[in-house]
Design a protein around this ligand. Structure first.
Ligand code: ADP
Ligand code: ZN
Length: 818
């Protein structure tokens, strides 16, 4: 009987692909193992095995699989179900979810390797110089990759040369699979078992009386070797004994020591010391836990709405502790930029080794280790802290999912597919795993709060700061008048400068928030009004003074700053708007005796750059920290007495239906960084419009009013949570084709759908990386079916793809676009 295997490939295919198996493979393969399979003309992919059956595919001849890569599944059935949900809900393929979900080390690379044919009859006289060079290199190395060959002969396209060499039978090619993940091996030594007997050991030491260092090394070995192990780590041995590596090597060469390589997990932490029992919850926290548990008991997701510094983390820690005691796993999700060592350290203080971190800045190998630890439910990954991708881990015993800062829009993946919302996908995950789910925030999203109001979610609240520390006092500073009367010093009002000076005198720290990085967003000619544009995108370039460059924040294009206007040639260029870099610059002039740090995308690129700035600020290595929204997220600085928001207006005036909600969240969160100890903190918000209702809601901490007003507006103008939005983006290099195609798509949608279809329209930036963009917005009201709408869209996509002229156009679905 024939056996066939359905697999998911990590590419956007609508269907599963089927391969032929022999009987032995069929008996070996389990659902969820990886298999290497040929696909297309010459590619080899890693795929995930699904079902084995006897039905040959109809449309094509099933190929044989290449190799079975795992003996045990690395993906669980529940995971597959969850991923399937993500694919369906967010309108992408399971393959795309797979690619986003698995650490890349699990997905094997297919690379062409070149080897020498070792044929004797190659006539060197017949070889060109380049061919000769390649063969020479192959005498020293058993194989070369194509790009290595490129480097040797110093040219890009080497395939013709390689082909010539194949023809001359000088080399052979083969496709090889490289397993990318390599467990980290550590060098240990042990004493040859021969010397386990006292006699032999004594004799050995006698023979070594001349070699003093070597006999010292052996004695040190016995002193330092851990009691329960025959092995000692070479590095530790060298460090504690002072014995040199040369001496160790001599002993290994003599066969007295033996070198052993041991696989160690990269992820190692010290043992925990603090007891969770020692936390004394206050009354609000205790009550919050009661409410949270009662929602859990009725199988509801629960929102914990606690003002900044109310002690939410302590509440999480208590809940986590109970879940661990019940032998279950915990997933703790945080938005990418809030993933700070501060929180990780707090959790590790209680749970030590059980805390694993899963983060894109970690190496692929570290991620594979967390994956395996979660899969095997080992001690080392009882609690996983991670950004959104952590919800793809192979949990089997999940007891609690915490989504901290649930309002954060960075939980939504923007590009590439799957464009999922991690909070929502986590809620689904929790329900598939029969786990509890807790959302936490000081400024919940309108959607979540709406779900609380409509009793879909449970609710717990903590409306005062822990230790009854007062919420900071928020003052609105009108800069319209001051600007008109030219009484601003750069971008600082007199009021803000006064407060900064007082703080500095008292040796307190200050955070200044400006929502833009760079020096100034735009360099504009005051004669003709021309601003230098990015050649690839429809945006003006941003001025970065530090490098004296104009840069595009969309595609990375940069050029050095020109002295005269490129349009009219006049020497009248001036900057407009301002960013973090300029604020830092002004501060250095205003307060030359103080240290000023900056935290934005430009200063936090390396793996630890972000932590370094946070630590430096914590250690008071600088007095003022200027930053973008990175400074708003869950940071806990003891000594910050003042927070300044440089300009509230560019937040409020952002053209998006969420701008007001976001401004409220952002300003409340930044304000929350001030005065977290006894002394009441102070917040100054500079604005041209101190009468704006959002600013009043921020300064009065009136979340409920903000919610009610925003919900009313959403209802009036048909926005979530009253409708669901699917945004379709069409993308192409050809402007006319894009217009025609998007009109076609929109009118087809209008013909079929019963819901509101808006557009096509150009987005604010209508061209990125030389691709034109157009958006169609579909608003699905609560009385129409989301599923049916999606199916109709998919049917229209099919007809669309059947039109060959439109084939180059990329279609991007963004469900619940935010
Ligand atoms: P949030 O996460 O709500 O902003 P945190 O959990 O960071 O608040 O708590 C604010 C501060 O109060 C922290 O320094 C924390 O250590 C302290 N704290 C909170 N709850 C307790 C408690 N039960 N006992 C002692 N300190 C607490
Ligand atoms: Zn650009």
């Amino acid at each position: 009987m024939d056996f066939f295997l359905d697999v998911v490939l990590p590419i956007p295919l609508q269907r599963f692909f089927t391969y032929r198996l022999n009987a032995e493979q069929a008996s070996l393969i389990k659902k969820g193992v990886r298999v290497a399979v040929p696909f297309g003309k010459s590619k080899i992919y890693t795929a995930i095995a699904l079902d084995i059956h006897h039905n040959a595919p109809i449309a094509y001849d099933a190929k044989e699989i290449h190799q079975v890569l795992d003996s045990e599944p690395i993906i669980t059935g529940t995971q597959l179900k969850h991923w399937q949900w993500i694919a369906e809900y967010y309108m992408c393929t399971l393959g795309e979810v797979l690619r986003g979900a698995l650490p890349s080390a699990f997905l094997l690379e297919s690379e062409t390797l070149v080897q020498s044919s070792k044929m004797e009859n190659v006539d060197e006289a017949e070889l060109t110089d380049n061919e000769f060079l390649i063969l020479e290199a192959l005498k020293h190395q058993s194989s070369l990759k194509i790009d290595e060959i490129s480097k040797i002969v110093d040219r890009k396209n080497v395939l013709p040369i390689v082909n010539q060499l194949v023809k001359k039978e000088a080399i052979i090619l083969h496709e090889s699979l490289n397993e990318l993940y390599r467990p980290k091996l550590e060098k240990y030594i042990r004493l040859n078992t021969l010397y386990e007997s006292e006699n032999n050991l004594e004799n050995l030491l006698k023979t070594l009386t001349r070699a003093q260092k070597q006999s010292q090394a052996i004695l040190a070995f016995f002193q330092l070797k851990p009691k329960n192990s025959a092995l000692i780590k070479v590095n530790e041995f060298v460090k504690s004994s002072g014995i040199s590596k040369a001496v160790i090597k001599a002993l290994i060469d003599k066969g007295i020591f033996e070198a052993v390589k041991v696989r160690t997990d990269r992820i190692q932490f010290e043992e925990n010391s603090k007891e969770v029992n020692q936390i004394q919850l206050n009354e609000l926290q205790t009550k919050a836990i009661v409410n949270i548990k009662s929602s859990f008991n009725s199988n509801k997701v629960c929102l914990l709405h606690g003002v900044t510094s109310s002690g939410k983390t302590e509440v999480y820690i208590k809940l986590i502790d109970e879940v661990l005691r019940a032998g279950k796993q915990v997933l703790y999700l945080l938005p990418e930029i809030a993933l700070t060592s501060q929180l990780i350290n707090r959790l590790r203080a209680y749970f030590g080794n059980k805390v694993a971190v899963y983060h894109s800045k970690y190496s692929v190998n570290e991620r594979v280790e967390v994956w395996n630890n979660v899969l095997h439910n080992t001690k080392k990954a009882q609690i996983v802290i991670g950004a959104r991708s952590a919800l793809f881990l192979p949990f089997g015993h999940l007891g609690l999912v915490v989504v901290d800062e649930e309002h954060e829009s960075s939980f939504k993946q923007f590009d590439p597919a799957p464009r999922y919302h991690a909070r929502d996908a986590a809620i689904v995950l929790a329900s598939l795993q029969e786990s509890n789910c807790l959302l936490g925030s000081a400024t919940p999203s309108i959607e979540t709060y709406f779900n609380v109001k409509s009793k879909k979610y449970g609710f717990a609240q903590m409306s005062r700061r822990f230790g009854d520390v007062l919420m900071p006092e928020i003052e609105l500073v009108d800069i319209k008048e001051a600007t008109r009367k030219k009484r601003m010093k750069g971008h600082f009002s007199e009021r803000l400068l006064e407060e900064i000076s007082t703080c500095l005198e008292e040796k307190e720290q200050i955070i200044l928030f400006q929502n833009r990085r760079g020096f100034a967003p735009i360099v504009e000619c005051t004669t003709c009004g021309n601003a230098t544009q990015c050649p690839n995108c429809d945006v003006s370039l941003t001025y970065h003074q530090h490098r004296n460059q104009l840069r595009c924040h969309y595609c990375g294009y940069h050029m050095s700053l020109v002295q005269s206007c490129q349009a009219c040639g006049n020497n009248t260029l001036d900057t407009k708007g301002f960013g973090t870099e300029q604020i830092q610059e002004e501060l250095l002039k205003l307060f030359p005796n103080h240290r000023i740090g900056r935290m934005d995308l430009d200063t936090t690129r390396g793996k630890y750059a972000y932590e370094k700035i946070i630590n430096a600020f914590e250690n008071h290595e600088f007095d003022i920290l200027v930053g973008t929204q990175m400074v708003t997220k869950g940071l806990d600085f003891r000594n910050v007495a003042l927070v300044g928001i440089m300009n509230a207006d560019n937040l409020l005036n952002f053209p998006d239906y969420r701008a007001h909600e976001r401004s409220f969240q952002l300003m409340t969160q930044v304000a929350g960084r001030a005065g977290r100890t006894e002394k009441r903190g102070r917040v100054l918000i500079q604005t041209y419009n101190p009468y704006h209702q959002i600013l009043h809601q921020v300064s009065n901490y009136d979340f409920d009013k903000m919610f009610t007003e925003q919900l009313y507006e959403r209802e009036q103008f048909k926005y979530p949570p009253h409708v669901r939005i699917i945004r379709i983006t069409l993308k192409d290099k050809d402007y006319n084709k894009l217009n025609e195609a998007s009109d076609w798509f929109a009118s087809s949608l209008r013909n079929v759908l019963k819901t509101q279809v808006l557009g096509p329209e150009y987005p604010a930036v209508a061209r990125i990386r030389n691709q034109y963009l157009k958006n169609i917005l579909i608003k699905i009201s609560s009385n129409s079916s989301v599923l049916q709408t999606k199916n109709s869209i998919k049917r229209i996509e099919k007809s669309f793809n059947a039109i060959s002229y439109y084939r180059s156009i990329r279609l991007i679905y963004n469900v619940d676009h935010i």
